[in-house]
Design a protein around this ligand. Structure first.
Ligand SMILES: Cc1ncc(COP(=O)(O)O)c(C=O)c1O
Length: 420
């Protein structure tokens, strides 16, 4: 594998991430758990610090200077997110705690009020729990029925089966853009086009795509799209819901309280304009501002470049993993350029349990994930209890992959020597 750039993106950005330059268990840290959460560049940490040191104040309600500054920065972050996903207007971006809360917002506000017994919700078996459990709750309350798209033999979204599930009963399709376990990139624009032909609404879970690919909600054509800031270089505690303005306007509030109202009387209230109608209470101000800084940071590198570099890393990772006979990787294989799937690999290693692998690799300073990655139904569908998962970011290097592969081989040799 030859890298196209002399100095890779990782070479250029690693100094921006203070956390990466440390030893764990006496070894230089190799952080390969980016699908769980990403690391934060200095500019994001400074955005948090600046807010608390220079202009900590509540938003939208103060006449004083600091409040004005906080409000401007908070609303500027909304503009940045709107542009990042190519929303038609800033009113279409609602800040939430994370993607899970954004899905619950849609489930409670839209789902509980629009679904009736016999209506159908189409999900896929590869969904994260946060895109299954809220719909189970909605289905139990409304009498709606859940249907699941299964996998093709290549372990991708089975589009032909999806077509057979669609009918006039379909009211909602809620699917993941990039699977956090299989790494497949789902054909979300085609899913939206087809679902809309049946009059169904579509929600896209972009948790694993927004940090790695350019996102264009208008090109995708979805009704809602959700993502978590902490997976895209921003802090925890902030995520967002994109919703088509017309759709958000038709939805009642999710949570009630301050900030989301126009006027409050003792017996009733009127609600604020979009997006404030959906942002009850004091928001995560510092975190939203830092999300804006994270978006600026990602844009300064370029999402196209991030995607291209991560594809090179993916090709290299798969080449190396493929040389280890015990390893079985789930999800589709990338092409020789690393395209066609996300920069992660969930795998099993014969009889060696994923948790044991992760624990021993941790002794080498290597952080990977093990378990079901909040996709228990998918693991059940695949007939496996757990996988080990390596997930890359643009600050990872080919050298880190080499060290990981070397440590993985040593760990497997060790287990085979004791298991026989
Ligand atoms: C595909 C996918 N959807 C949803 C989530 C939930 O994200 P959060 O816990 O930040 O709400 C995750 C997190 O791992 C994810 O990978």
């Amino acid at each position: 594998m030859t890298f196209t750039q002399e100095r890779t993106i990782a070479d250029q950005v690693r100094a921006d991430f203070p956390l990466l330059h440390q030893q764990v268990n006496g070894k230089p840290l190799i952080y390969l758990d980016n699908a769980a959460t990403s690391q934060k560049p200095q500019v994001v940490i400074e955005a948090l610090e600046d807010y608390y040191q220079q202009y900590n104040s509540n938003v939208h309600r103060g006449a004083h200077t600091l409040s004005g500054k906080a409000t401007d920065a908070y609303e500027a972050a909304r503009d940045k997110v709107a542009k990042f996903v190519n929303a038609s207007s800033r009113q279409e971006i609602v800040f939430t705690r994370n993607a899970t809360e954004a899905i619950n917002l849609v489930a409670y506000s839209w789902g509980m009020n629009n679904l009736k017994p016999g209506d159908e919700i189409i999900l896929s078996v590869m969904e994260h729990h946060s895109n299954i459990v809220p719909w189970q709750i909605v289905a139990q309350k409304t009498g709606a029925v859940l249907k699941f798209v299964e996998l093709t033999p290549k372990q991708t979204f089975d589009f032909p089966q999806f077509q057979t599930l669609l009918s006039d009963k379909t009211k909602l399709v809620s699917v993941v853009h990039v699977s956090n376990t299989l790494g497949c990139i789902n054909p979300v624009a085609e899913i939206c086009t087809l679902a809309h032909e049946y009059g169904a609404k579509v929600l896209i879970d972009a948790c694993q795509s927004a940090p790695h690919l350019p996102i264009d909600v208008q090109q995708i054509g979805c009704d809602w799209l959700v993502a978590s800031g902490h997976k895209m270089c921003a802090p925890t505690g902030i995520g967002f819901l994109y919703g088509k303005e017309k759709v958000l306007l038709s939805m009642p509030p999710f949570l009630g309280g301050g900030e989301m109202i126009a006027e409050v009387f003792l017996d009733h209230s009127t609600y604020g304009e979009l997006p404030h109608k959906f942002e009850a209470g004091t928001p995560a101000i510092a975190e939203a501002i830092a999300l804006g800084a994270a978006v600026d940071y990602l844009n300064s590198i370029g999402m196209d470049k991030i995607h291209a570099y991560e594809a090179e890393l993916t090709a290299y990772l798969f080449q190396q993993l493929d040389k280890i006979p015990q390893i079985k990787i789930y999800g589709p294989y990338p092409n020789s350029q690393g395209e066609g799937r996300a920069a992660l690999a969930a795998f099993t290693a014969g009889e060696v349990h994923a948790n044991d692998l992760a624990t021993l690799l941790d002794q080498e300073g290597i952080a990977i994930r093990s378990g079901h990655h909040c996709t228990q139904p998918l693991h059940r569908h695949l007939g496996i209890p757990a996988t080990a998962r390596v997930s890359l970011s643009f600050y990872n290097t080919r050298e880190e992959i080499d060290i990981f592969i070397h440590a993985l081989k040593d760990t497997l040799d060790f287990f085979h020597s004791i298991l026989g």
